[in-house]
Design a protein around this ligand. Structure first.
Ligand code: PLP
Length: 397
């Protein structure tokens, strides 16, 4: 399933070397995956896409029929997403919102704010009447809850259950919720609770996080309309065929909220929606032997695809052999079965994948890295070493 799709394979092989590397997105694969995720979730669970995972307008548009809205975490994302998918519901989250960003969100008519601190709430309360005279502004209070049962151990990125700049401690959040419920801020409307406590969790772990959040929210004794339990659904880079169990997660979430029919439950995944639709395709430039090991150096590198360097994994990849060798000089090739695939950067950190099973790999062959649709190009340090930028292709539009 993470082998390149037919369209990706064809494009990766037909592009001339000078147009590689290239990000190849299969939008049909994205639509199919998003539809399956939506289908696995009970109707009453709302699905927002966390735009920071990959904000390419083509992806935002392809997702539109399958999601209920988008979560944005900066003024930049806000303006970008509002332009790419006009009129779709937006939730504005993220720490360190500036007064200008809040004003821009109010002017755009953003439906809901994920408030991260007391200071942010006061700022929003002050600015809201100026920009949203006709309506009350919806607020979800972001809480950083301790998750007691150890379900977060092993998660790659924990933003909750320990000291972090995200959200508010339970007691502070409770005080803010109390003030909102008492009408202290007449231009703000308490919608509910937001929590995004960790990323990279399996369905069972994420469910226990959701249970903790829901228990806390419903135990406050304050009428709430919405609970957003965040994203963080795992993508397994060591086992690319493996998928997050959306059906089990959705069914159990619905059971959790069965006692609260007034409550809208929302999730906001990023990675697990878009990771599978993107490939980073490139060409092997050289195959080298060094102190008993072999290295394939490809066009591009971690300045385009930082994911393996930042997460410390081997990016899954497929070799697309090219028989043609148009040059008069000999073609370098691997003599062993396994090699390390690196990029063109002058740093030992520029490793895309180790122990790649690619017997006989030759210069001129092509390699397509999968699971490159999320936190890939957009988290990379593009200008380091001044190599050209990759191409971008949106297939099966
Ligand atoms: C990053 C983020 C998400 C998405 O996380 P994934 O691990 O990509 O699913 C959702 N909500 C918030 C608040 C985030 O910061």
């Amino acid at each position: 399933m993470t082998d390149p799709t037919l369209a990706v394979r064809a494009r990766a092989l037909s592009l001339p070397p000078t147009e590689l590397p290239a990000y190849l997105y299969d939008l049909a694969a994205l639509r199919e995956h998003a539809a399956a995720v939506r289908q696995a979730l009970p109707e009453r669970i709302e699905l927002y896409y966390a735009a920071k995972a990959n904000p390419e307008p083509e992806l935002l548009t392809a997702l539109s029929p399958h999601v209920d809205g988008y979560e944005v975490s900066s003024g930049g994302e806000l303006a970008h997403v509002a332009e790419a998918v006009p009129g779709r519901p937006l939730a504005f989250g993220g720490p360190g919102k500036t007064v200008d960003e809040i004003a821009a969100a109010l002017e755009l008519g953003v439906e809901r704010f994920h408030v991260e601190s007391e200071h942010e709430l006061r700022m929003l309360a002050h600015v809201a009447p100026r920009y949203a005279r006709q309506r009350r502004v919806g607020v979800l209070v972001r809480v950083n809850l301790p998750v007691s049962d150890g379900s977060l151990t092993g998660s790659a990125l924990a933003m909750g259950g320990r000291p972090t700049p995200f959200g508010m401690d339970p007691a502070r959040a409770e005080a803010v919720i109390g003030a909102l419920a008492d009408g202290t801020h007449p231009h703000l409307e308490l919608l509910g609770i937001h929590a995004h406590l960790a990323s990279g969790l399996a369905a069972g772990q994420l469910l226990s996080v959701a249970r903790t959040v829901l228990n806390w929210a419903t135990g406050l004794g304050v009428p709430l309309r919405e609970v957003n339990v965040g994203g963080g659904m795992a993508v397994d880079y060591t086992d690319p065929q493996h998928r997050f169990d959306w059906a089990a997660y959705g069914t159990s979430l619905a059971e959790l909220t069965a006692a609260h029919p007034e409550l809208t439950l929302r999730i906001e995944p990023g990675r697990a929606l878009t990771a599978y639709c993107g490939w980073y395709a490139t060409e092997v430039l050289d195959v080298k032997h060094s102190h008993g090991e072999e290295f394939a150096v490809v066009r591009g590198g971690t300045h385009h695809l930082r994911t393996p360097a930042t997460k410390g994994h081997d990016q899954p990849c497929s070799v697309l052999p090219v028989d043609d060798w148009p040059h008069p000089w000999p073609r370098p090739g691997a003599t062993g079965d396994r090699l390390t695939v690196t990029g063109q950067l002058c740093t030992p950190k520029d490793v895309l994948a180790r122990a790649v099973d690619a017997p006989g790999l030759r210069a001129g062959d092509r390699v397509a890295f999968s699971l490159a649709g999320a936190y890939a190009w957009n988290i990379s340090h593009h200008d380091f070493l001044m190599h050209p930028r990759p191409g971008f292709h949106f297939l099966n539009p």
